[in-house]
Design a protein around this ligand. Structure first.
Ligand code: GDP
Ligand code: IMO
Ligand code: MG
Length: 431
């Protein structure tokens, strides 16, 4: 039995776009804080509330829940122009964003890093990652390289100027000599950033301290991942990954909440699989089934509009995500999208160069060579979008859920049957 806990983590179990935004929104009204702890505006979360659709990138999905405080944690990289664009867009639609807090330690995506992301991809040619082009990778690289600009630097123009100067010494060499682009002046970067100071100041806080104190007072904190386990810089399909820690370990480093505070980890997993950008994807479909999943599931990126690559459910990946994150509960999303197939293949293991492998192969080469070993489950034709309890689902859909649960390493506590907040089958309490 999982005990009720004050700090709960939501992570993606596949390659992103599993429906983390909807799951966060679902729990948002029952928690006090929602913290985004990694990534930036490479994320795209679509949340549908009472027929209204909201597309969030940088802001935590908790911003849509009036009772909770949304927090951008220290592990996030922040594009300030996107931050205020999103805030203004939501305010125009009547959403109150005034509770938003921003960590003083979060890193800022400077304009040169947006440029370097795009030209860097072009430079890689056929070896490209297929990034979102938002400057995420170069900004995290600066962070690790100790060349980053942090939110707190905005409040000391002398320090800010020094840091931008330091960064540009290297960046301008790269821009002009490697990529044949124009050099950037210190002033243009500093002026742009300083232009945000007055708007940023009221939302900046020592968010790690604040969250620690809130937990001490018995408040509930939800930590919301961007991206997903297989895009995690350590545990994903490197180098075809994002540049942050998208797994539950990242929730601690990216928020300042200690591991001992977290006893519940909710893995969001789609009833099939998708991927955006380059990189290995063993169950990927190139046929009519893939096209049908894409169409039925609306599998086009929220951030870049790119068609998502689609394939069947991959149980070894789900088991891997359960292990790496310590998943206590899965939310299985988009089961409704599978309606209409007579038989649904599920990958239960891989064939790697003639050998059966039941777990994620140890090496990236092994994963590139992995072909799926399928089991076939019976499908259903009934519309399941109105189901709210397991018993409302056709018997074969119940068996699909149960079989996936047995294969995937943690219990399935909720099942998504449509994009709407209420279109969820509850099996076990998530909080
Ligand atoms: P995220 O990045 O993990 O938050 O996921 P995205 O928002 O990028 O992609 C998930 C998409 O599926 C969104 O358009 C959601 O509105 C939609 N969605 C989420 N859960 C369900 C579900 O159970 N069924 C259907 N049909 N759509 C869903
Ligand atoms: P959400 O939070 C799906 C992918 C990109 C690319 C790789 C690196 O909506 O699930 P980056 O711009 O991060 O350097 O790109 O990661 N990627 C995502 N794919 N969902 C996401 O976020 C993603 N964020 C990044 O397509 O392959
Ligand atoms: Mg998404």
């Amino acid at each position: 039995m999982v005990r009720p806990v004050p700090a709960v983590v939501i992570v993606g179990a596949q390659w992103g776009d599993e429906g983390k935004g909807k799951a966060t929104d679902l729990l948002g009204s029952r928690v006090d804080y929602v913290v985004k702890f990694n990534g930036g505006n490479n994320a795209g979360h679509t949340v549908v509330i009472d027929g209204e659709t909201y597309a969030l990138h940088l802001l935590p999905s908790g911003i849509l829940s009036p009772g909770c405080v949304p927090v951008i944690g220290n592990g996030v990289v922040v594009d300030l122009s996107v931050l205020f664009e999103e805030i203004d867009g939501l305010e125009k639609r009547g959403i109150d964003t005034s509770r938003l807090l921003l960590s003083a330690n979060a890193h800022i995506i400077a304009d040169y890093n947006r440029t370097l992301d795009k030209v860097g991809e072009r430079f890689l040619g056929s070896r490209k990652i297929g990034t979102t082009g938002r400057g995420i990778g170069p900004t995290y690289a600066d962070k690790m390289n100790r060349l980053g600009i942090r939110v707190q630097d905005l409040f000391d123009e002398k320090i800010l100027t020094q840091k931008v100067e330091g960064a540009l010494e290297l960046k301008n060499q790269m821009l002009t000599k490697v990529y044949n682009r124009r050099a950037v002046s210190v002033d243009e970067i500093v002026d742009e950033l300083v232009g945000y100071v007055d708007r940023v100041r009221p939302m900046v806080a020592d968010t790690a301290l604040l969250l620690h104190e809130a937990l001490g007072r018995g408040k509930t904190v939800l930590l919301e991942a961007g991206q997903a386990t297989l895009l995690d810089v350590d545990h994903g399909t490197y180098p075809f990954v994002t540049s942050s820690s998208a797994t539950s370990g990242g929730a601690c480093t990216g928020s300042g909440i200690a591991p001992t505070e977290i006893t519940r980890v909710i893995g969001i997993v789609k009833a099939y699989a998708t991927r955006v950008g380059e990189g290995p994807f063993p169950t990927e479909l190139f046929d009519e089934d893939g096209e049908r999943l894409r169409t039925n599931g609306g599998e086009f990126g929220t951030t870049t509009g790119r068609p998502r690559r689609c394939g069947w459910y991959d149980a070894p990946i789900a088991r891997y995500a359960a292990r790496i994150n310590g998943v206590t509960d899965f939310v299985l999303t988009k089961l409704d999208v599978l309606t209409g197939w007579e038989r649904i293949p599920v990958c239960v293991a891989y064939d790697v160069d003639g050998e059966r492998v039941d777990e994620m192969p140890m090496t990236q080469t092994g994963f590139h060579h992995a072909t799926p070993v399928y089991e076939y489950l019976d499908g259903w034709t009934e519309d399941i979008s109105g189901a709210r309890e397991l018993g409302d689902l056709p018997a074969t859909a119940q068996t699909y859920v149960k079989t996936l649960e047995e294969m995937s390493g943690a219990r399935i506590s909720a099942v998504g049957v449509g994009p709407g907040r209420e279109q969820t089958v509850q099996v076990h309490d998530l909080l």
